[in-house]
Design a protein around this ligand. Sequence first.
Ligand SMILES: C[S@@+](CC[C@H](N)C(=O)[O-])C[C@H]1O[C@@H](n2cnc3c(N)ncnc32)[C@H](O)[C@@H]1O
Length: 213
Amino acid sequence: MSFNRIAPYFERLEKIVFNNQMQCCRTAFLSELPCVKKVALIGEGDGRFLVELIKENKFEKIHYIDSSEKMLELARKRLQKFSSNELSLVEFFHCDLMSESMPCQNYDLVVTNFFLDLFNEQGLKKSISKIAAACEETAIWLYADFQISSGLLPRVRSLAWMKVMYVFFRVVAKIQSRSLIDPAEILESKGFQLRALREFQRGLMKAELRQRI
Ligand SMILES: C[S@@+](CC[C@H](N)C(=O)[O-])C[C@H]1O[C@@H](n2cnc3c(N)ncnc32)[C@H](O)[C@@H]1O
C-alpha cells in the first residue's frame, strides 16, 4: 500500500468530489477537545488537519505518523508555511503501522482520519491494537471516516460510493481492504467508548469522539 502517487492530488480530488465535507468531518470535535500533553496523528496525510489542530493551541507535543514519504513532505511544508515557530511542536515519523510499532507510548489523544477504512479485518485489529496499546488510560480517540448510511436510498447511495472509492484506491494506492468494516466493536473492546457522533454529507461520513473510561 502506498499513497505516494496520489499524495499531490489528494486535496484537489477530495474537494472536487466532496467539496469541504471531509475537512468538516475531520475537524468536527476540535474545538471541544480538552488540553492534553501528547497527541498522535496516524495516517494523517497532507497536513490540513494538523494546521487546524495547531490553531487550537492545546497540545504540548504532536507525533505525525504516516507511511508515505510524499504525504509527510506535504505536511511538513504546509506546517512550515503556516508557521515555522510551530515546527518544534511536531515530530514526523515515517512509519508503516502494519509492520512497525507505534514510535512512542503514553498518548493522551490519537486521531485517525479516513485511515481505518483502508484495512481488512485482520489489518484493522492489528492497527487498532497497536494504537490502543500506546494510549493512556483515559485517552481520547478522534475518528473520522466513511460509513454505510441508514435508510434505503441513503444506503444504496453510500454502497455505490464505497464501491467506486474502493476500486479507485485499490488501483492507485493498492489498499488492503475491499469493503468498509465498522471498527466500533474493536475500538470498544480496547475501552474506547463513544462519547459523541456527528454525520456529514447526508450520512456518508461520520466523526466520532471516543474515550477510555
Ligand atoms: C486515505 S489517506 C487519509 C489521509 C488523511 N488522514 C485524511 O484525512 O485525508 C490514508 C493515509 O494513511 C497513510 N497510511 C496508509 N497505510 C498506512 C500504514 N500502514 N501506516 C501508516 N500510515 C499509513 C497513507 O499514506 C495516507 O496518508
